[in-house]
Ligand binder design. Structure first.
Ligand code: ZN
Length: 399
């Protein structure tokens, strides 16, 4: 692995693309934590950092000690150490719509008292459970049909449900219903709130009688990819992870819900999103990457590094990379077609009648793309609970 990274580093340097960017040295001992935002590293600095990091351990035991420190740094950095109490979810599930092979319900729960997480709950129809449960966080695409309401997100959730998964698709802070009810993504606690919402979304899935709590997974792209690998890193209940177009050694995410708190670099420890993703080991993980964004080096840089961690666990084959050199950022159909068979393989989903025999393509034509109004959780007939927090309120994490 080191030789491979060295060769790639030489290539980067030779092509003179490595504009010296942020420093690649550990934070000084007397300095506070450092925020690593956006393109904090040049591509070459990222490769050097991975080399430096990989030299700090040489066997599974040493790696596991490091992984524990990384996990602690993430939780401390986002003000979730110690983990807050699991307060009552007070889940609401209603407005059931039945489509061919699956149903959709509007759902919400309280991640903290009065702080609502809004979403859509997709369930198989005509199948016998219990079913695997899959979380689908979304990225930063805006607009009336952004976030959870996006057609590509609806296709992803519906297709998985038609194959026998219970899927929960949920709003980021200030998107979808959260935006509709007045919340703003600039909320100071956004990284904390979204990560804790993902943890509680696993609790929510576990609370459903038709979900097998030993088969929980998560997949999201872009900002939803960040949520995917952060949740997988801190919560062992995730058994299968598919982060899409986000795992990068040089790019840390540009939004404060990804890199606005000191989870990557302190005086004690430096890491990056590639290494954080490797905390999934030895659980099955598929990295979907493209030539058109910050995942362009994945086959040469991020995937070999992550697989080296899986090798320590003697699980090299359980991490995979599907790379699309000609594709751009997003979770378009080609990327979904890469994710479906991975979920089928690891969760035993039933693709009969959905995957075409000759092309091996998963048919999405039976999915119904619902309107924004249909997907709203609360309306005149289904009023919002009265005790919810005011939009933008500070959310208390201690009782
Ligand atoms: Zn964000």
């Amino acid at each position: 692995m080191r030789y491979q990274l060295f060769v790639f580093l030489a290539l980067l340097t030779a092509t003179a693309t490595a504009v010296r960017g942020a420093d690649d040295k550990p934070a000084a001992k007397d300095a506070g934590p450092t925020l690593c935002v956006g393109n904090y590293h040049s591509e070459a600095d990222a490769v050097r950092q991975l080399e430096r990091i990989s030299a700090t351990y040489s066997n599974l035991e040493q790696w596991q000690k490091r992984a524990k420190r990384i996990r602690q740094q993430i939780l401390t950095g986002m003000n979730l150490n110690p983990l807050p109490d699991r307060t009552p979810l007070n889940a609401i599930i209603h407005k059931k719509r039945e489509h061919k092979g699956y149903s959709v319900e509007s759902a919400a729960f309280e991640a903290r008292p009065g702080f609502m997480v809004y979403g859509s709950l997709y369930r198989p129809l005509g199948r016998k459970g219990p079913f695997p449960g899959v979380l689908c966080p979304h990225g930063h695409a805006r607009g009336r049909e952004g976030g959870r309401l996006r057609p590509d997100q609806q296709h992803r959730c519906a297709t998985l449900a038609r194959m026998g998964a219970v899927v929960f698709s949920y709003d980021m802070v200030g998107f979808g219903d959260s935006e509709h009810y007045g919340w703003n993504h600039d909320h100071k606690q956004v990284l904390t709130l979204q990560t804790w919402s993902s943890v509680r979304a696993l609790d929510f899935l576990e609370s459903l009688a038709d979900v097998n709590d030993q088969q929980l997974g998560v997949t999201g792209c872009s900002g939803g990819g960040t949520q995917t690998f952060l949740l997988t890193a801190i919560d062992q209940r995730v058994k299968v992870a598919v982060p899409v177009v986000m795992v990068s050694a040089h790019f840390f995410g540009g939004c404060h819900c990804e890199s606005g708190m000191p989870i990557h670099k302190t005086a004690a420890l430096e890491t990056n999103n590639c290494e954080i993703a490797s905390l999934a080991a030895p659980r099955p993980m598929l990295l979907v990457s493209v030539g058109g964004d910050w995942t362009k080096n994945t086959p040469q840089v991020e995937f070999p590094y992550i697989q080296s961690v899986y090798k320590l666990h003697k699980a090299a084959a359980t991490v995979e990379n599907t790379h699309f050199p000609e594709e751009q950022h997003g979770y378009q159909e080609k990327k979904r077609q890469a994710m479906y068979p991975f979920m089928v393989k690891h969760f035993g989903l039933d693709s009969g009648g959905i995957v075409e025999d000759t092309t091996l393509k998963f048919d999405e034509s039976a999915n119904v793309i619902e309107s924004v109004e249909t997907m709203r959780v609360f309306d005149e007939d289904h009023p919002m609970p009265k005790h919810v927090l005011q939009p933008g309120a500070h959310v208390a994490f201690t009782d």
